[in-house]
Write a protein that binds this ligand. Structure first.
Ligand SMILES: C[S@@+](CC[C@H](N)C(=O)[O-])C[C@H]1O[C@@H](n2cnc3c(N)ncnc32)[C@H](O)[C@@H]1O
Length: 245
């Protein structure tokens, strides 16, 4: 197939990108690894022990950083639509995070254990229709936030990729209603021309805990019965109200 000017330009930018070159030299699977490292150097999110959930993990750059920095203590659960090659210290499951069945599988892997850090670098395939792409991204971010309300430890953190544009302000407001602290991060490895930014929420507000799930009362350890497909469908419906999807 003949290459278009755009794909040639993309390839040129990709191979000459310093972060791509560093990733190759350092053995990371993606340049995105440097985004997480930079944020973590500043915010100290990854600590040995406990559980980290990495949503939208493939090809595995963030999971690698998480597993390395946990130093073999604790576990990383990674999920993606796409297949991902195995990584030491990382338990991977393939599936669409939007599907209730997939969420239930992930919850089963948690086996009642709350999560200290939820990472979401999920981004859908770009269709080229800006409003629809933006709505999909905000929707995925909203599902991640919803997951945090049910599974995050009270003092846990959520790092999520979003794009500035339609629905961003509403999502940022929602983050502020759920977390005690919310900050914006734009790591150097994130290209300037990209509208991508990361929101970091720390410490769940008591009012944000999902009270419909018994396991999220402050004293009860989560069990598998709390979150039903019905709960999630209702939550997802609410998230969709923010966007045109
Ligand atoms: C930017 S990449 C993630 C890169 C990764 N953080 C790394 O460091 O290698 C975004 C990922 O989100 C995944 N994704 C998009 N929609 C998803 C969904 N509904 N469920 C699960 N994964 C999804 C894509 O398949 C893609 O692999």
């Amino acid at each position: 197939m003949k290459r278009t000017r755009t794909s040639k330009a993309w390839m040129h930018e990709h191979v000459t990108d310093p972060y791509v070159q560093r990733a190759r030299a350092d053995g990371y699977r993606s340049r995105a690894s440097y985004k997480l490292m930079e944020i973590d150097d500043r915010d100290h999110l990854i600590r040995p022990g406990g559980t980290i959930v990495d949503l939208g993990a493939a090809p595995g750059g963030w999971s690698q950083v998480a597993a390395r920095r946990m130093q073999g203590k604790g576990r990383v659960l990674a999920l993606d639509l796409l297949e991902m090659d195995g990584l030491a210290g990382v338990q991977f499951m393939q599936g669409d995070f939007r599907e209730d069945r997939v969420l239930e599988q992930l919850e089963n892997l948690l086996a009642g254990e709350r999560v200290g850090l939820v990472l979401s670098d999920m981004s859908p395939n770009i269709s080229g229709v800006p409003l629809s792409d933006q709505a999909r991204i905000v929707h995925l971010a909203g599902l991640g936030l919803d997951f945090c309300r049910r599974w995050l430890e009270p003092e846990g953190a959520f790092l999520v990729k979003v794009f500035q544009g339609y629905g961003y302000d509403d999502f940022a407001r929602e983050m502020k209603s759920v977390f005690k602290q919310v900050a914006t991060r734009k790591p150097e490895a994130s290209r300037d021309r990209s509208a991508e930014v990361y929101l970091l929420g720390k410490g769940l507000k008591e009012t944000a805990l999902d009270k419909s799930a018994a396991r999220f009362s402050s004293t009860v350890i989560p069990d598998k019965a709390g979150m039903t497909g019905k709960n999630r469908t209702m939550a997802r419906g609410a998230a969709q109200c923010d966007g045109p999807e």
